[in-house]
Design a protein around this ligand. Sequence first.
Ligand code: NAD
Length: 353
Amino acid sequence: MSLSITSINGQKVRFGAGLRNDICAELSELESEKALVLSTPEQADMAMELATVIGDRASGVFTRATMHTPVDVTEEAVEHARSIQADSLVAIGGGSTIGLGKAIALRTGLPQIAIPTTYAGSEATPILGQTKNGIKSTLTDQSVLPRAILYDPELVASLPTAMTVNSALNAMAHAAEALYAKDRTDQTTELAINGLDAFAAGLPKVVADPGDLKAREDTQHGAWACGTVLGQVGMALHHKLCHTLGGSFNLPHAETHAIVLPHAIAYNAAGVPDLLAPVSQALDGTEPGQALWNFAKAMGAPMALKGLGLSETDLDRATEIALSNPYWNPQPVTADGLRTLLHNAWAGNAPGR
Ligand code: NAD
């Protein structure tokens, strides 16, 4: 059975096993006759299968989507889209593929349909990150928001368990920080709580049985809620810290988020415990940071930054860099507090030790 909703950001959002096979109905709504299908090289087979389902209405397949949306790849894809006179874009994949769709849409105005295969949530935001000469910049523009999203649990079922867990914790990080965002509303708080609840209930079932399509669909509801809320409010300490660690020490994106989240939330829970209470309510009832740490551990997530190759001698520099660019946070960010936070995340300690 499939569910269809109109999201608060105006997107048409559908959930259901096998929904990818309904892609032509969505193309008809866009009056599209020449769709360009996008994927990463690793998911080229998925893209080719989708192009077969689309049949005569598929005018091409571009399978070179790349992490962090490099501008040179986008320019090549735009050229390809123009050469085949594409009149719509269908992105099947994770945040990298959806990012490419957004980048092409920004330059061509083509409408997009997103078929996500991870929990990253980019499909539900008007945000686009792009990289030029190794420097990443981010913009927000309603023209990059896909018109429709098809969440098909059969597609996310092939996501390996470790990636599933990291991707889910990544999504939960958006919801957790949305709870205390300066620009939050009752509606964004409700979405954030829905996202946390969906992952708290669904992820343990997915980890126990990766092919459980009902649980996969529940987690996709979580991905939609967490992604949508990311597009509505600003982020704080957790995201800034992960940005520092990723940019300055070249740590992998999803794993870094998974490790830092319990520590950043424990830090902010000291200032805004009431706003973060839904985290504890969704998980095991203890303090929000501890609850996230217990949940991540039980799901088999990586727990220590030292396991990603960060050395203990890097922690002072990481603290310095993270403090050098002040930003809004619900709790004042101090050098001592940040250094302790980073040490705990580095060592794999429970938060707040
Ligand atoms: P990804 O899209 O880079 O995918 C990682 C790898 O997993 C790729 O090789 C991909 O082909 C493969 N993969 C994806 N789904 C699979 C599946 N179901 N089965 C097997 N393999 C699969 O990873 P991601 O975490 O989804 O996206 C990360 C990117 O998205 C980052 O660049 C991040 O900045 C961006 N992002 C953007 C937003 C936004 O709102 N703009 C939000 C979240 C993430």
